[in-house]
Design a protein around this ligand. Structure first.
Ligand SMILES: [Zn+2]
Ligand SMILES: [Zn+2]
Length: 426
């Protein structure tokens, strides 16, 4: 009995010593050169690393956008600046709760051809229609493609098809249903003089998988304008916070390409390097945030497209300069250990990040500034289009019980940490 007790103590002590040995050492910044560890092109992405611009940049964008607003808007937004700041990352949290959220944060423009992307439909219904296949199951049991990219409809039928699509496919798309109403389809086929007699029908959409960011921005602009029109303070704040997030994403070059994390060019991890690591290191000390007054946007739709096209033009530099720097910069000074939330990880070193930032000629700062100005301009435009409602009497809306529960649910799923859909794409 006594021997067993001693044995237990020995085992427990060994486990304890083992855990101590495993516990990572703390490194204070700046790291001594001797603390750097050589690493190759792959950046291990730490488990707790936040996605997107990083929570840091998203919050900063929304906060500083408030400070660009005219007094008539400031009177409402300033007292709620903490709400707009804290909720700047809600859309990212939703990515852990629903698979539908992910596509709203990016667009793989390269999948849609080349600049000026003439074939890419600027309107949501047209885009969804162009990237949706409609299939029928015949009485023989065969499944056949009826309309779709491989089976385009003649020009003459396009208008009627759009009507049918809008009334039959769109509502189902939002309800997450893929089965189509066969009678309605039959009516449309008869109208076209087609001979098919489908037993059942369904559709498959291929747009979301490549991202829906610019169309989502259009939707947000309409919704925010409507919320201003309704003078619904709570909704204004929620939508303005979300909208700020998506506009922020639209300013990140790697949110506009299918090579979003350098995975196609052996630059894995470059996403977080550009949008999280660099702002975290330098945005506090060296960035200039004076962006001036917001501007009224005449044609928001075109403006959003231009925003992602501008980001997309920078993708090449983002990738090329990093690759070149990897070759020229001393290998043992590229990646440094980093400690956060009690976890050890490896991150691009400060000097290496500074060299990348310089090579990009301050691109990260420019995009951050542009994002702040754009968010202010989008909010301002929505308010003007809503007829400049008087916001002075709205005060600070209190969260309803439902909203509180929803916020709590988001936070929980986020903490569990499983992104539904593509990681690092947002
Ligand atoms: Zn991102
Ligand atoms: Zn995002």
């Amino acid at each position: 009995m006594h021997r067993l007790f001693i044995a237990r103590i020995v085992v427990l002590s060994l486990i304890f010593i083992g855990l101590c040995a495993l516990r990572p050492a703390r490194f204070s910044k700046p790291l001594p050169a001797s603390a750097t560890i050589p690493l190759h092109t792959d950046y291990p992405v730490p488990v707790n690393q936040s996605p997107d611009w990083g929570f840091f940049a998203h919050k900063r964008i929304n906060r500083l956008a408030v400070l660009t607003l005219p007094p008539e808007m400031m009177v409402f937004f300033k007292p709620n600046i903490d709400y707009v700041t804290d909720h700047a990352v809600d859309p990212d949290m939703r990515r852990y709760a629903t698979k539908h959220e992910g596509p709203r944060h990016f667009i793989d423009l390269d999948i849609h051809g080349h600049a000026p992307f003439a074939d890419l439909p600027r309107q949501w219904t047209d885009a969804l229609m162009a990237h949706t296949d409609v299939w029928i199951v015949k009485s023989t049991g065969d499944t056949v493609l009826l309309f779709g990219k491989q089976k385009p409809l003649q020009e003459v039928w396009q208008r009627d098809y759009k009507k049918w699509f809008s009334s039959q496919v769109m509502p189902r798309f939002y309800q997450d249903e893929t089965e189509l109403n066969v009678d309605s389809l039959q009516t449309f086929l008869d109208f076209m003089g087609r001979k098919e007699r489908p037993k059942s029908a369904f559709y498959q959409e291929h747009l979301s998988e490549h991202g829906t960011l610019p169309w989502n921005l259009q939707r947000m602009q309409r919704q925010l304008t409507e919320a201003f029109r309704q003078r619904d303070g709570r909704r204004i704040l929620k939508l303005a916070s979300d909208f700020g997030h998506y506009i922020g994403d639209a300013h990140v070059p790697l949110h506009t390409t299918s090579n979003y994390n350098g995975q196609k060019t052996e630059q894995h991890g470059i996403h977080g390097f550009w949008e999280s690591r660099i702002p975290e290191l330098f945005a506090d000390d060296s960035y200039d945030y004076f962006v001036g007054k917001p501007e009224y946007v005449e044609r928001p739709e075109d403006w959003f497209w231009q925003m992602v096209f501008d980001s997309n033009k920078m993708v090449d530099s983002v990738l090329t300069f990093e690759k070149a720097l990897r070759r020229s910069f001393p290998l043992d000074r590229q990646m440094c250990p980093d400690m956060r939330s009690g976890m050890m990880s490896v991150m691009p070193c400060r000097d290496f990040a500074a060299a990348y930032q310089d090579a990009l000629n301050g691109m990260v700062e420019r995009r951050l500034r542009s994002a702040i100005h754009s968010v202010g301009s989008a909010w301002y435009t929505a308010w003007i289009d809503a007829g400049e409602p008087d916001l002075s009497k709205m005060g600070a809306p209190v969260l309803s019980e439902e909203e509180r529960i929803e916020a709590e649910r988001l936070r929980k799923t986020f903490e569990q940490g499983k992104i539904l859909g593509r990681a690092e794409d947002h």
